[in-house]
Design a protein around this ligand. Structure first.
Ligand code: FES
Ligand code: FES
Length: 160
């Protein structure tokens, strides 16, 4: 079957089977290899992307079921430079394999989190706990999310 997908603001027509997973369309057909594949079972969060603004795991999502716009790490626009920079500044990654998924989960979180929540470390850890990192021990990721630059980003993009 042929389906239409909007990914990072661009429309695509792709030929798939009923069993084709979204991650395979993104990586193999559209060349968007920023989305990583770890467990292939919906458990590690490496393949986290946004569909309709909500984080989902692309490894367990059938491409044929996707109706809303898809956003991958390649589509994180310049507003999110402070988020990427905070990961670099605060030790939020080492090997980087989990980082695209962490960034997409964090981007979704920032879009809907009241600012005061970003000071709540326990809450932040709980929100991010679907994204496994084998390297950092998570401290750098949480430091990045609690940094002043990320708070400023959340403040600037808070819903009216
Ligand atoms: S690769 Fe998708 S959750 Fe692990
Ligand atoms: S930075 Fe290596 S898995 Fe997270």
């Amino acid at each position: 079957m042929i389906i239409r997908l909007t990914v990072n603001g661009r429309q695509h027509e792709v030929e798939i089977s009923a069993a084709t997973r979204l991650i395979d369309v993104l990586r193999d057909q559209l060349g968007l290899t920023g989305t990583k594949q770890g467990c292939r079972a919906g458990e590690c969060g490496a393949c986290t992307i946004l569909v309709g603004g909500q984080p989902i795991q692309a490894c367990i999502t059938l491409a044929s079921r996707v109706r809303d716009e898809v956003r991958t790490v390649e589509g994180l626009d310049d507003r999110f430079i402070p988020l990427r920079q905070a990961f670099a500044d605060h030790g939020g990654f080492q090997c980087g394999f989990c980082t695209p998924g962490q960034l997409m989960r964090a981007a979704a979180l920032l879009a809907e989190t009241p600012l005061e929540r970003l000071s709540d470390e326990a809450w932040l850890r709980e929100q991010m706990n679907g994204n496994v990192c084998r390297c950092t021990g998570y401290c750098g990721i949480i430091r990045a999310l609690m940094s002043e630059d990320v708070r400023a980003l959340a403040r600037d993009n808070a819903p009216e």
